[in-house]
Design a binder for this molecule. Structure first.
Ligand code: A3P
Length: 322
């Protein structure tokens, strides 16, 4: 657990060698043939880029601003994570609920083979707000011709810092190394769901597709109402100025950090099932530029070398603001 973020190691799959735990072999073909519907919205990100934030916003927008349900129902039950069976360990906070639903839907079938998270995504009611960290090449080739995709990019230095705390926090990873060791793994593209550049580049190539919206975490931090208007136009949800104002409040960092539906760290059942005793939190600090207080000059020099490996397109795509 110290040098690789999963005890059983990780395997590289797909064009870009996307790193997943070995159990992914049971599911990877199913992800490639996942049946998207034309009213789906898929939130796609490299981990720790603002996925939870964007899922929450998209879910509210596409569910008539039902903020009561949003506050009372954990986000993973409202917005299925397509490949979670390949990532999680037994005992995830919502697994029990999903397993019960699975048993009712498929009496006698083995949930481990089918995947309870995958099944819950497949069976969820429309309109679905799905989410994934898989890159385009591991999903159906017709994805963008079928449904809308919202991609969120975040500068890789902050993403790396956030991922470090996340991997210490999650029981599935139980990362126990220090930050310098994590940066080393990151720069060797050995963290879960690496490589970062491959992920971002595959999305950047598709940025002009009409069913695709590119968001930056940094833009959302800078001016959330502006980005919500872009989202509203893209999704065609036609929200009023009042509703956009409500959503700006609902999606604020403090609200999301203090909500048991979005900050799994303060939901006792989910926290116990998913998280270690690390002092961090799933919705953690929510700032831009936090990397400055974590990177020594040596680590920054190492990271810069890794950054050049991304090439010009990748840099343009990832560094909205650093
Ligand atoms: P930090 O660890 O830097 O705080 P993901 O959902 O993709 O795992 O991303 C998690 C990151 O998004 C965390 O970053 C988390 O704090 C941040 N985040 C979650 N909700 C947010 C919000 N409403 N406003 C700003 N940042 C938010």
């Amino acid at each position: 657990a110290k040098f690789l973020t999963f005890t059983d190691g990780l395997v590289a799959v797909g064009d870009e060698g996307h790193l997943l735990p070995p159990q992914c072999s049971r599911f990877i073909n199913k992800y490639h043939h996942f049946r998207f519907r034309d009213d789906d919205v898929l939130v796609m990100t490299f981990p720790r880029s603002g996925t939870t934030w964007t899922q929450e916003l998209v879910w509210c927008m596409t569910h008539n601003m039902d903020l009561d349900t949003a506050a009372s129902t954990p986000l993973p039950l409202r917005s299925p994570f397509i490949e979670f069976d390949a990532l999680t360990h037994p005992g995830h906070g919502v697994e029990e609920i999903l397993s019960q639903q699975f048993a009712e839907r498929h009496p006698g079938q083995d949930p481990k083979q089918v995947g309870v998270f995958l099944d819950s995504a497949e069976c969820a009611k429309s309109p679905r707000t799905l989410h994934t960290h898989l890159p385009f090449s591991l999903l159906p080739p017709c994805l963008l011709d079928t449904c809308k995709v919202v991609y969120v990019a975040r500068n890789p230095r902050d993403t790396c810092v956030s991922y470090y705390y996340h991997q210490r926090l999650m029981k599935s990873a139980e990362y126990v190394g220090n930050f310098a060791e994590f940066v080393d793994l990151w720069c060797r593209n050995l963290v879960l769901q690496a490589p970062y550049w491959g992920h971002v580049s595959e999305a950047w190539e598709r940025r002009d597709h009409p069913n695709f919206l590119w968001l930056y975490y940094e833009d959302m931090k800078e001016n959330l109402p502006r980005e919500l208007r872009r989202l509203d136009n893209f999704l065609g949800t036609g929200l009023t100025e009042d509703q956009l104002g409500q959503l700006t409040q609902h999606g604020s960092f403090s609200r999301m950090k203090n909500s048991t539906a979005t900050n799994f760290s303060i939901n006792p059942t989910m926290a116990k099932a998913m998280m270690t005793n690390d002092k961090s939190s799933f919705v953690r600090k929510g700032t831009t530029g936090d990397w400055v207080s974590h990177f020594t000059p040596e680590l920054e020099a190492k990271f810069k070398v890794w950054e050049t490996s991304g090439g010009e397109v990748a840099k343009q795509a990832a560094f909205r603001n650093i």
